[in-house]
Design a binder for this molecule. Structure first.
Ligand SMILES: Cc1cc2nc3c(=O)[nH]c(=O)nc-3n(C[C@H](O)[C@H](O)[C@H](O)COP(=O)(O)O)c2cc1C
Length: 221
């Protein structure tokens, strides 16, 4: 196998017109929705994946932690994702209810950061999404105590079998008590558009508690 030259890996960006402040006249949501739709139609796998960072208050001090989750809804209120409330991220959010989320679509030269407080979604929002999940995903949510250590793959498979047996005669598997949605309400959103010569466009919006835009500024790349 040829030696991997990581330092030589680079992409040249450019193509679409320069992003301008006018793209954000109606707020951040329409542009994020447009970029998500472009990612979906261009065949990118998991176009709604976003890297969610939380803060873990450890004995050595606060530490950032990040992992990927799927954005499952988007409105002017914010972005919604689903997870286990007792997972590592769930416990971190119970302690420090703030997060950042980053969407990145390098093939489209687009990146979006959102940052702000995070609240558990309303039960009816979680229930509506839960009903859309395939049966196997529902069983998986019941089987896993997310983020806890487990001894082997076989043990995990056994937990799934147990969940399948438990709900064998149940058509409408209920929402697990400690599973559900979170809404990240952005107080800051930054759109990044890759350009030639590394002179990328960055536009940052600041929002107040009601979600209204209070500032739009262009940042150096
Ligand atoms: C593409 C992708 C999508 C994912 N989507 C989710 C998701 O929507 N919810 C979730 O809980 N975990 C999701 N995961 C798994 C998380 O990245 C993570 O492993 C898990 O949530 C446990 O994180 P934690 O221990 O920090 O709480 C996804 C992973 C990948 C790679």
């Amino acid at each position: 196998m040829r030696e991997l030259d990581i330092a030589a890996m680079r992409a040249e960006y450019g193509g679409e017109p320069d992003m301008s402040e006018s793209w954000l006249t109606d707020g951040w949501e329409p542009l994020l929705r447009r970029w998500l739709a472009e990612a979906a139609t261009s065949g990118i796998a998991e176009p709604n994946a976003m890297v969610l960072a939380t803060v873990d208050r450890t004995d050595d001090g606060p530490r950032p932690v990040s992992r990927t989750v799927l954005c499952k809804d988007l409105s002017s209120a914010g972005v919604i994702f689903y997870t286990h409330y007792d997972s590592a991220k769930g416990r971190q959010l119970a302690d420090i209810p703030y997060a950042s989320a980053t969407f990145v679509w390098p093939a489209l030269a687009h990146q979006v950061h959102l940052r702000g407080p995070v609240h558990a979604a309303d039960d009816d929002v979680t229930a509506a999404y839960w009903r859309s999940r395939p049966r196997n995903s529902r069983l998986g949510a019941w089987a896993s105590e997310q983020s806890r250590p487990i001894g082997s793959r076989a043990e995990l498979d056994r937990l799934l079998s147990e969940a399948a047996a438990r709900f064998e005669d149940v058509d409408d598997i209920p929402v697990p008590p400690r599973w559900g949605g979170y809404l990240l309400r952005p107080e800051m959103v930054e759109f990044w558009q890759g350009r030639r010569s590394r002179l990328h466009n960055r536009i940052r919006m600041r929002l107040d508690d009601s979600g209204a835009t209070v500032a739009v500024e262009r940042l150096q790349p």
